[in-house]
Structures are given as C-alpha cells and as structure tokens.
Write a protein that binds this ligand. Structure first.
Ligand code: NAP
Length: 307
C-alpha cells in the first residue's frame, strides 16, 4: 500500500498508539512513525520493543515536521497536550485523536489548533482491557469501525486521506456528528462498562459469596463482566466525566427497564421475560450478521475446568 503520510507523530504510547504504529507498519502507510509518552519509563519500553521508528523526549520534538499528529492520551489529558504541541505544528499538518468521547475533546482541542492546520477527530471502536506500551498489536483494528468526526468545513481531501489511513490499518470507516457519536457510544460502550463495573463491585460486596467462590465458580456472564471491569481506570474515569449527559440519559432508561424486569420476576410474568429475551437474542444475531463478532459458544473460550 502507498505511503499516506511521510511522518506520523503519536502522542501517548499505550494500547491504541502501539496498535496504530504496528498496523501502519504492517501496511507501509507512513514514511516514519515517531512517538512520545509523558513518562521516561514508557518511552524506554517503547524504544526497547521498537514500538515506533523513533521515540522523542518531548512532545514538541515529536510533532515538529509531522504531517499527521494523533493524540492517543486519555480524554481528560487532551486539552493540556494540544496546548503543548500547538506552537510546533507544521502548516498544513493534520491533527487527529482517538478519544472515546468526541464533543468535549473537540471543545478542548479545537481552540489550540493554529490556522492552516487541520483538525479531524476520530475514534476507533476497538480495544481490549489491557493498556500500556506493551499491549498493542497490529490486528486490533481489523474489521472494526473507526468513526471520523470532521467539523463542518473540513478539508475533504484531508478527511479522505485520514479515512484511507484507517482503512489501511484494517478498519471500516464511518463519519458522524460529535453529539450523535457520544450518544451511540453511551449505548454501545460507556453504559455497558458502567454496568460491568457495578456488577463486579456488587459480587465483591456480597459476603454470603466468598471471594474465592466468586472466582472459582465464575460463569461466562460474570467472567465477561470482570474482563470489562479490568479496563484502565484513568481512561474510564475520563470517559464518564466527559460523556456525562449521554451516559446519564442511557443509564436512566436502563434503570427503568431493570425495574420492569424486576417487577416481571416478582410477579412471575414469564411471558414478559420470554418476549424480552427473544428480542435481545435477535440483537445478538444482528451483531454476528454484521461481522462484529462470531457465534462461537462462550465467546470461543476453551471450556474451563471449573465450569
Ligand atoms: P493507555 O494504554 O493507557 O495509554 C495512554 C497513554 O497516554 C500512555 O502513553 C500515557 O503515558 C499517556 N498519558 C496518560 N495520562 C496522560 C497525561 N495526563 N498527559 C500526557 N500523557 C498521558 O491508553 P489507550 O487505551 O491507548 O487509550 C488512549 C486513548 O484512546 C484514550 O483517549 C481512550 O479513550 C481511547 N480509546 C481507548 C480504547 C481502549 O479500549 N483502550 C478504545 C478506543 C479509544 P504514560 O505511559 O507515560 O503514563
């Protein structure tokens, strides 16, 4: 595949930046990938494992002469990072990000972007519960969606070039408006994470079930919750602080549905439960048909001894 950007700078060197670097290398999409992380320890690890072509000791050094700069830090750190790099951005460069929330990131970053520099926010809908410079892998974005959120009046050639980069890294690309993105993600990702965090917290609180029993007899449902609830605490703190309204809106609806199911159980209303579960099963089938998961039993896990 052709080189799309001569120099790409990744600011923040964790799961997403690491995966981007490896995916760009796999497809030959960038002439050079340079990186910067705030801690010396992360920079050292990134150098050791060859995470990108060159690791710089300052964000300013990394973005100097870069054609594409991607902010890969937690949502709450975008403002400070954008402020720091702004004076060093090359005219005509593109700044993008991978933050899980879009409206507050746009509000935080856009004011720092100098005239003549393009800002095209993005969000790859791909991740794992692992974080840090060792957690990235080239296949992370394969067949997953990346949502671009170009502000009105964005340069079409640059939006298309960024879309081509994400396609080259394996993604399918869609465009969305920022508030709509935040609402969709509140439904598909943010609220489910909050529910997982809560369920794992509840199990932990239940002293009638000892900790060892929770772990020993963890069935598929609870195990999946624990995997999600192991996600990075800083990233998820920032997601909820920054997608406040949409998450609270969906959480309100969730609570109403939960009460309705609670009532059905109390009243022995099997028809209600059956109808509800039939509908949710169809949604799962839709996800599989859209190629966003496989229908391997138990998410393709080998049967654990304790099951
Ligand atoms: P990560 O693995 O935890 O890496 C975060 C990176 O940001 C690290 O290099 C860290 O530096 C740096 N960083 C943290 N706080 C910072 C601060 N206050 N100032 C400057 N740098 C800071 O995170 P990630 O999973 O790659 O997530 C990065 C972004 O992608 C987030 O905005 C997240 O919302 C978004 N995202 C994540 C996922 C996912 O599932 N993980 C999916 C899609 C999008 P040090 O190592 O030096 O501390």
């Amino acid at each position: 595949m052709a080189v799309l950007y001569e120099r790409v700078a990744l600011i923040g060197l964790g799961l997403i930046a690491g995966s981007m670097s490896l995916a760009m290398r796999r497809a030959g999409l960038a002439g050079e990938v340079v990186g910067y992380a705030r801690s010396a320890e992360t920079r050292e690890i990134a150098r050791d494992i060859g995470l990108c072509d060159r690791v710089c000791d300052s964000a300013a050094d990394a973005v100097k002469d870069a054609d594409l700069v991607v902010l890969c830090v937690p949502v709450g750190a975008m403002d400070a990072v954008a402020r720091e790099i702004a004076p060093m951005l090359k005219p005509g460069a593109v700044v993008s990000d991978v933050g899980s929330v879009k409206r507050t990131v746009i509000d935080a970053v856009a004011p720092h972007i100098p005239d003549g520099v393009h800002f095209i926010p993005a969000h790859p809908l791909a991740g794992t519960e692992h974080s840090g410079p060792r957690s990235g892998f080239a296949e992370l974005f394969d067949d997953r969606f990346c949502i671009l959120v170009p502000p009105e009046g964005s340069d079409r050639t640059e939006v298309d070039r960024l879309a081509a980069l994400w396609r080259g890294m394996g993604s399918q690309v869609d465009e969305m408006e920022a508030d709509h993105h935040d609402l969709v993600l509140a439904v598909t990702s943010h609220t489910p994470h909050l529910i997982a965090y809560t369920m794992v917290g509840v199990a932990d609180d239940l002293r009638r079930v000892t900790d060892s029993e929770v772990i020993k007899y963890s069935a598929a449902g609870f195990r999946d919750f624990t995997r999600i609830a192991a996600s990075d605490p800083v990233m998820w703190r920032d997601v909820f602080l920054n997608n406040k309204e949409a998450t609270l809106e969906i959480l309100g609806r969730f609570t109403e549905e939960l009460f309705a199911l609670q009532r059905a159980i109390r009243q022995g209303d099997g028809d209600h439960l059956h109808e509800y579960f039939t509908h949710t099963r169809a949604i799962r089938r839709g996800i599989i048909e859209a190629g966003q998961d496989t229908d391997a039993p138990d998410f393709g896990r080998k049967k654990a001894k304790s099951d």
